[in-house]
Design a protein around this ligand. Structure first.
Ligand SMILES: Nc1nc2c(c(=O)[nH]1)N[C@H]1C(S)=C(S)[C@@H](COP(=O)(O)O)O[C@H]1N2
Ligand SMILES: [Mo]
Length: 314
């Protein structure tokens, strides 16, 4: 991976005026959810105008719940490489160099490769996907991601018959990520999915939110989003995706195996954490609301776990 300092995100994906206008037409004609993201000027509500726009089409599976504010999504973060509190990643992550950037895909695949982020962002049509997002700590948000289904990339690299799991790895950059100089967690951050979970159409690689490229604190330049699992599965700032035979040892399972499992499907009945998962506070709400099994995506994903004891495979 070769990465050098560059003051701005200057991706080739910046939409020119005409693409942006047609995108506005598309979006205003689209669902109330997508339209709700836009002011009359067509600019994403509250989104930082400093970040380049991403041209995307409305994607399937979007909730019509009102998205959490851009301010909250980008200033209430978990990014342990930078800090253990939620407020400082917004400023500390600014120093992370996210361009140039490459993602290496390797392991049990017929066509391994290293993808430049400028290529990755143009490889597949980008979609707007408004997803519910539930952190194991008990807060939730509604986040308008921009990305593409991970299964598109998986089909491209063609897993071998031995591939049963997918392992994701965050960048290791202790110079820019202060906590990587400590043993707070085992670094680099690692996450994993079963291959069928990774292939599920809800699973996306996100490159942006609110119609603009990802802010660093949200996992720029590319992160995973798995909306039916606790937030920690949605690993940020990915540099490697490996197809493997054995279930990968993930960062949080390694750290506290009694509380965090490999599956980590959102489950209101889950009793592994010392605190209850029955309810959540959606950021911006005053009252807590009941948490839903699979974060409300049961119709889409329950079949993946048919016959499995969720209490055992937590
Ligand atoms: N590399 C990395 N990825 C990560 C984390 C992290 O600390 N490091 N935190 C996880 C947790 S616990 C959550 S809840 C979400 C938070 O994403 P957000 O800040 O975009 O809301 O990112 C997940 N991905
Ligand atoms: Mo989390």
């Amino acid at each position: 991976m070769s990465r050098t300092k560059s003051p701005d995100i200057k991706p080739s994906e910046i939409t020119d005026e005409s693409i942006y206008r047609s995108r506005r037409r598309f979006l205003t004609a689209a669902s109330a959810a997508a339209a709700g993201l836009l002011l009359s000027e067509g600019r994403a509500v509250g989104a930082s105008p400093r970040l380049p726009l991403l041209a995307a089409h409305p994607g399937p599976y979007s909730t019509d719940e009102r998205p959490t504010s851009y301010q909250d999504i980008t200033h209430y973060n978990n990014f342990y490489e930078f800090a253990t509190d939620k407020y400082s990643p917004a400023t500390l992550a600014a120093s992370l160099v996210t361009h140039p950037w490459t993602v290496t895909v390797d392991g049990e695949v017929h066509r391994p490769g290293t993808y430049d982020i400028d290529r990755l962002v143009r490889m597949y049509p980008l979609e707007d996907r408004v997803y519910r997002f539930r952190c194991v700590e008990g807060w939730s948000m509604v986040i308008p991601w921009v990305g593409f289904p991970l299964n598109r990339l998986i089909r491209e690299v063609r897993p071998t018959g031995n591939a049963r799991y997918v392992k994701f790895v965050t960048v290791y950059d202790p110079k820019e990520m202060p906590n990587q100089r400590t043993d707070l967690l085992h670094w680099p951050y690692v996450e994993g999915l079963r291959l069928d979970e990774a292939m599920h159409p809800l699973t996306i690689l996100a490159l942006g939110l609110y119609g603009r490229v990802l802010p660093n604190q949200n996992g720029a330049p590319v992160r995973l989003v798995v909306p039916w699992k606790y937030g920690f599965k949605s690993i940020k700032s990915i540099v490697r995706i490996s197809f493997v035979e054995k279930q990968p040892l993930t960062t949080w399972v390694r750290a506290v195996p009694s509380e965090y499992g490999f599956y980590s499907n959102v489950n209101p009945q889950d009793d592994h954490t010392p605190w209850s998962q029955a309810r959540e506070r959606q950021i911006g709400d005053f009252l807590r609301r009941p948490t839903l099994l699979y974060n409300g995506y049961g119709d889409q994903v329950a079949h993946l776990y048919r016959g499995m004891d969720l209490n055992r495979y937590f």
